[in-house]
Ligand binder design. Sequence first.
Ligand SMILES: Cc1cc2nc3c(=O)[nH]c(=O)nc-3n(C[C@H](O)[C@H](O)[C@H](O)COP(=O)(O)OP(=O)(O)OC[C@H]3O[C@@H](n4cnc5c(N)ncnc54)[C@H](O)[C@@H]3O)c2cc1C
Length: 290
Amino acid sequence: MRAGAVVLATGGYGANRAMLAEFNPEIAAQDERWSFYFGSQTSRGDGIAMARGVGAAVFGKGRLMVNASPGFSRDVADFHPPWLVFVNRDGQRFMDETWPYCIAGHRIEEQPGRLCFAIFDEPTRAGSPSRHPFADKLGVGDFAYSGDRLAEEAAKGRVLTADTLEELALKAGIDPVGLVGSVAAYNADVREGGDRQFFKTGALTTIQTAPFYAAEVHAASFGATSAGLRIDPDARVLGLDAHPIDGLYAAGETAGGVLGERYVGGGNYISNALIFGRIAGQGAAAFARG
Ligand SMILES: Cc1cc2nc3c(=O)[nH]c(=O)nc-3n(C[C@H](O)[C@H](O)[C@H](O)COP(=O)(O)OP(=O)(O)OC[C@H]3O[C@@H](n4cnc5c(N)ncnc54)[C@H](O)[C@@H]3O)c2cc1C
């Protein structure tokens, strides 16, 4: 059977580890405890593979909006409570820990070795509620940072514990001088009523009572992919020679690069799928009519 034109809209390649390794090698190289896809298993990049078979070009390699997770489960865990303190392996803070997921993931992956550690102490762990304080509003279920969950993960060794911050730093591979200094500065800020480094707001607590905890957080999980078929503004798929392949259109995650270097906020992916889906459909219908 032959069609007058074809629109490829089979989604992205999140569930295809081989394609992930080709387009986002630094994400695929991370441990699957943190580097996992939380979308549909049908996102196998079939449309991308089909079009490459007839000479289509791919655009947007290396791009991906990554979500941060402590890797306890495959639930989305990047609505971070304000009492967490993130440091990099130099022991330095680098963000307001409550920044939205679309900024936080990129900020974390900019750190040396892409490493981030969430630091807290025993009273803060023990006082963390079983559900995220804004669970209903955010629509999140399992709360990775509940007191009980953190105790369970510490017992499994997936959250590190120590009686001093220096010892914690050495266990985690963090610079001890940096960690001790950053915590002292943060505690002083909290006692004086605010975070003077990043202006974080919310229920801030000091880190001063043993045992101290460090959870390794990676920005490597994702629900959508960004590389895909190179298209022009009319959603026509371009070949390796940069010319449109006759009658072939792509939209949504099957097309690549539309979002640019960064996901700038909620709705970017959906609007890409809707807008280019409409453009591709109109173009394909016109092409088929001749
Ligand atoms: C948990 C989660 C939360 C998200 N939140 C947001 C958000 O808040 N804002 C936002 O903008 N985006 C969000 N996204 C991303 C957004 O949902 C997707 O980018 C968007 O739905 C992609 O649309 P699409 O049409 O390209 O692909 P899809 O919606 O994946 O549709 C592709 C379809 O093609 C089918 N298919 C695949 N292969 C074949 C084949 N070989 N033959 C026939 N059919 C095939 C699939 O079964 C599927 O039905 C989220 C994604 C997830 C997973």
